[in-house]
Design a protein around this ligand. Structure first.
Ligand code: ASP
Length: 355
């Protein structure tokens, strides 16, 4: 009898405990996501309606993927990774397949991810064989004691943790190859041989999607807030066309192109990386929020419109806070961008004059 009573008591306490802990669950935040697909001289006049529609569709697909993860109660990290993987596979964007070429004719991919809850981070630079650099950045964060791996070592680690490896020509697109050739011709620099395994050069007149992208835009980034109130940020890029000497931009540098902390905000940047590194753009925005109590939009504008512009840096950021403030700010004619918060309508923009 006594033991039956004890069992009954234990069961009641457990049930009560789970009700109480459910009641205390932090799953009462409204989820939100903001993403970018690069900033630059994006003019209506230089984009066909067909091209514009494809860009908007690519952005929407990634936004929906992140929203679907968050709506099911998934983590901000999972949302960031899911959306960026799609953008890395989309040849329109300068990340994964569709990345720009370095001067030696290779695609050198950079990516970073940061978890605002734990402030753990993972980053990779000059990856050439891993299909999804963002997943590799996450593996560095979760499965290694390090924050940043580069070059062949980073690809070797990817293989070690069973991430999909592809031949370098997987990342090849005709359009980015033309951009490199154009750039090198302008400089009077030697043109490297067409990469091994790349498709034969087209003999037909090329469509918009194969014409050179002289503006070099297309880096991708996502920031997300989940129902537990945790923020995360991720960025993935091929860097800048014709880069040399294993140049690394801001995207994989924690605090420059990517940053997330539940104490302040999550940021992903795009633009000419050298300026973003000098200003530690992402961390500076979050520091203004954290230490000065600035509204997120004001902090983003302060850094992008004033400080970055003052040193002639071009580009933009997307950002969000754990309390649900969403922002973007860019000082270029355009930035591929989108945002949505739980219960709200998705907003997608390309040109400066859009809301
Ligand atoms: N920020 C990237 C880099 O400098 C490029 C870009 O965002 O367009 O590598």
């Amino acid at each position: 009898m006594f033991s039956l009573r004890r069992i009954w008591l234990a069961v009641t306490m457990t049930l009560l405990g789970s009700v109480i802990s459910f009641g205390q669950s932090t799953k009462d935040h409204k989820w939100a996501v903001v993403l970018h697909g690069g900033a630059g001289v994006i003019a209506r006049s230089s984009m066909t309606p067909e091209a514009e529609a494809q860009y908007r569709a690519g952005i929407k697909e990634a936004l929906d993927a992140a929203a679907s993860v968050l709506d099911k109660g998934g983590s901000s990290l999972d949302a960031v990774e899911a959306a960026i993987k799609l953008l890395e596979d989309n040849p329109l964007f300068n990340a994964g397949r569709g990345a720009v070429f370095a001067a030696d004719g290779t695609n050198q991919l950079d990516a970073a991810i940061m978890d605002g809850k734990t402030m753990q981070a993972g980053a990779v630079a000059d990856v050439q064989r891993t299909r999804h650099p963002i997943s590799l950045a996450r593996a560095v964060m979760e499965q290694s004691p390090h924050v940043m791996l580069i070059g062949a070592g980073a690809d070797a680690f990817a293989a070690h943790v069973h991430l999909e490896q592809v031949p370098p020509a997987f990342f090849f697109t005709e359009r980015r190859w033309h951009s490199l050739v154009d750039e090198l011709k302008k400089e009077g620099s030697p043109i490297p041989p067409r990469p091994e395994g790349a498709p034969a050069p087209p003999t037909h007149p090329i469509a918009f999607f194969e014409t050179p992208d002289s503006h070099k835009f297309g880096t991708v980034g996502v920031v997300a807030l989940d129902r537990d109130g945790n923020v995360a940020a991720g960025t993935s890029t091929g860097g800048t066309t014709g880069k040399r000497w294993n140049r690394v931009g801001d995207s994989p540098i924690i605090g420059a192109g990517t940053y997330a902390s539940n104490q302040s905000c999550a940021v992903s940047a795009t633009g000419t990386g050298e300026y973003f590194i000098r200003l530690t753009v992402a961390r500076t925005i979050c520091a203004l929020v954290q230490y000065k109590g600035m509204p997120l939009q004001d902090a983003a504008d302060q850094v992008v419109q004033k400080e970055l512009a003052a040193i002639h840096g071009d580009g933009g950021v997307i950002a969000l806070t754990p309390d649900g403030q969403l922002a973007w700010s860019f000082n270029t004619p355009g930035m591929f961008r989108a945002k949505v918060a739980e219960g709200g309508k998705a907003q997608i923009g390309i040109f400066r004059d859009e809301p």
